[in-house]
Design a protein around this ligand. Structure first.
Ligand SMILES: [Zn+2]
Length: 414
């Protein structure tokens, strides 16, 4: 699909030598591998045991190389409420007011942080004031280094209390024709795909996340309009009725989806239809414990239950053969691999969690050109010190990220 053409302005040649390959497909590692990169694409992956490195090769010395990580659910925004310690400290009372334009520099810092942490592609699932679109363009034009960003533009919601809280992150619409128009407006705005609220949000006191928040006719209109125009659809779905409606309507990804463990037939249907689940475990921790003091008490209690359900759904979905994707849905930017750790703590094997963060997320985004290390794929890769199968936590440690390559270019030299 041309919409997803590679956005890189610079692509490189590179010969990575003697690595231990985790190719993203969930199989066992391959030792002593060389990866030849030409013009930003992987030209070959070869066994080089017993041979010496040619001149100009970058010797990985047995380090582990894996596909560039992909976050399928992030809110790319300059608001740092969920990112304590990232960016400048909040202004103190009496200090000079900050120019609002500083937000663009915060976004540039976030973009760099994603990349340095090994995240070479990010799917933005809703930002304020079209910030994600602006950042995507700045990266695409080579003004700032960062991952490739895909964005939904604004989140399409039925008229609902959440729109009062989330403001410009949302676009309200009611009835099938308004839904179609809302999709068309996101396309005009520059959206790469469409996000829709199939249920209310757990972070809004006056929204009930259990029932479907729009009608089947409305959701069908969104999916039909988006798919006809070649855009995928991500459905925010918490309760079962909305999740069922979204799955039956043929959306491409279910976001959160914690209630699905209650309905094994829906997980089977997702597996059969290739609908990807983005479990977003970290966001439930944000509400239930990390930022509990900042939320209405009823939401905290609700999030504790949802967190337990999200973990139950994680393994139920894995067992049902549903493709899983990594979605941090939290902060700070660059700490995204914490979600991978939570998937492991929740019962995925390390190779399954890594596969979710690479091949699974690529499927969620509909990007067939990445997510695995194979000839012909985009040369987005991460090389780490140590064995992430034995010690997945090393992916959270910037000191252990030895090299990040995007489109064949070492991002530290870009
Ligand atoms: Zn979210």
């Amino acid at each position: 699909m041309t919409r997803y053409d590679r956005d890189v302005t610079v692509s490189g040649d590179l010969l990575l030598w003697n690595g231990r390959l985790l190719d993203g497909r969930g199989g066992p590692p391959r030792e002593h591998v060389a990866i030849d990169v030409r013009d930003g694409l992987i030209a070959s992956v070869e066994d080089i045991a017993g041979t010496t490195a040619p001149d100009g090769a970058r010797d990985m010395a047995g380090r582990t190389v894996l596909p560039g990580l992909i976050d399928a659910h992030m809110h790319v925004m300059s608001d740092l409420e969920r990112s304590p310690g990232f960016g400048p400290p909040p202004p103190l009372k009496g200090e000079e007011p900050r120019p609002p334009e500083l937000r663009w520099f915060v976004l540039a810092q976030a973009a760099r942080a994603f990349l340095r942490a090994g995240f070479t592609t990010i799917r933005d699932v809703g930002s304020y004031d079209d910030e994600a679109i602006v950042l995507r363009e700045a990266i695409r034009l080579g003004l700032v280094e960062g991952p490739q960003i895909l964005t939904c533009g604004r989140i399409i919601s039925a008229t609902a209390p959440g729109a009062r809280i989330f403001g410009t992150m949302y676009q309200e619409a009611d009835g099938p024709w308004e839904m179609r128009r809302a999709v068309r407006e996101q396309i005009r705005r520059g959206a790469d795909y469409i996000k829709v609220m199939a249920t209310g949000a757990r972070s809004v006191e006056r929204e009930d996340p259990e029932p479907a928040q729009m009608t089947r006719v409305e959701l069908d209109a969104v999916v039909d309009e988006a798919h006809r125009m070649g855009l995928r659809v991500a459905a925010h779905a918490e309760g079962l009725d909305g999740a069922r409606m979204a799955i039956e309507a043929g959306v491409n990804t279910i976001e959160h989806g914690f209630s699905l463990h209650r309905a094994p037939e829906l997980l089977r249907r997702m597996a059969d239809d290739g609908i990807v689940l983005v479990p977003t475990l970290s966001t439930f921790h944000d509400l239930a414990d990390r930022f509990a003091a900042e939320f209405a008490p009823t939401l905290v209690t609700q999030a504790e239950r949802q967190r337990d359900e999200a973990y139950a759904t994680l393994t139920a979905a894995r067992d049902a053969g549903v493709t899983l994707a990594l979605g941090f849905d939290s902060g700070p930017p660059g700490a995204n691999a914490r979600e991978l750790m939570r998937m492991v703590e929740g019962g995925l094997r390390a190779e399954e969690a890594i596969s979710a963060a690479t091949a699974g997320s690529a499927r969620a985004l509909g990007l067939a050109d990445r997510g695995t290390i194979e000839a012909g794929k985009a040369a987005d890769m991460v090389v780490v010190d140590g064995d992430p199968l034995e010690e997945p936590a090393l992916l959270c440690d910037l000191e252990r990220i030895w090299l990040v390559v995007r489109a064949g270019v070492d991002v530290n030299k870009a």
